[in-house]
Design a protein around this ligand. Structure first.
Ligand code: MN
Length: 255
């Protein structure tokens, strides 16, 4: 079992150190992670400059790029002779719930793993009273060893969030929704020019069965994800739009 570990908090973060140690007895662990923090980098891929991979010690490498770059360089470069059987991302400093997964570098690394045909799991830890990366690493160890009891489906893509404080159990969930209350702070710099700061605390809709509901009641949430973003209901409900556009194009052509 070859396990590739990455994150978006950077290769020197505590979360990845403890995660790699915790998974060490489950397989051959290779760490390839950004050389600095890349939180909220989303599924960003670096195409307009060369990327460098640096060996830090045995099985530990840093990349001057995003989490997605790290997975790409690891799978297509460093480990091309023996591709990983599992990609694990984290343990992130902070939750990655609901609508926020698309901003998340932690989760996006697992998107990339999945696109490359490798089962992938992301772990994120709530930062609040009682939070412990050591406990989260123990959780991750137990989670991955349970996972490995059965053959891994190729399309396995799991987003796992771990609450701070005592753990009540594990719940399978769907993504929750954030009420859009992200505030934008507008200020002036010393030269009188405006600058902006995206800030604000997320407010979540209260819905049973969501990742947010599980974590806020003390359960670890496990959300299976899929990269097919097609809205299959939309195929039906917007189906007349194509014809209406075509009619306009024809009219414009005729006039
Ligand atoms: Mn992060």
């Amino acid at each position: 079992m070859r396990i590739l570990i990455t994150n978006d908090d950077g290769v020197f973060s505590q979360g990845i150190e403890l995660l790699a140690a915790a998974l060490g007895d489950l397989g051959q662990v290779t760490v390839v992670a950004p050389d600095r923090e890349q939180s909220a980098s989303g599924h960003s891929l670096t195409l307009h400059r060369p990327l460098r991979m640096r060996r830090l010690r045995d099985h530990w490498y840093s990349v001057d790029g995003t989490p997605t770059d790290c997975v790409t360089l690891a799978v297509m470069g460093l480990l091309k002779e023996g591709k990983p059987d599992l990609v694990v991302s984290g343990i992130n400093f902070g939750l990655n719930l609901g609508d926020d997964v698309t901003y998340s570098g932690t989760v996006s690394a697992t998107f990339e793993g999945s696109l490359l045909g490798i089962p992938s799991v992301a772990f994120s830890q709530e930062v609040a009273e009682g939070f412990s990366f050591a406990d989260a690493a123990t959780f991750a160890h137990n989670f991955v060893s349970a996972l490995l009891e059965e053959p891994l489906p190729k399309d396995l893509l799991l987003n796992v969030n771990i609450p701070a404080g005592p753990l009540r159990g594990v719940k399978f969930t769907r993504l929750g929704h954030r009420v859009y209350q992200q505030s934008l702070v507008e200020k002036k710099d010393p030269r009188g020019r405006k600058y902006y700061w995206i800030a604000g605390n997320p407010v979540w809709t209260e819905e049973e069965g969501t990742d947010h509901a599980a974590v806020s009641s003390g359960y670890a949430s496990v959300t299976p994800l899929h990269l097919d973003l097609t809205d299959y209901r939309g195929l039906e409900s917007h189906s007349s739009l194509g014809g209406r556009v075509e009619r306009r194009l024809k009219e414009a052509d005729g006039s």
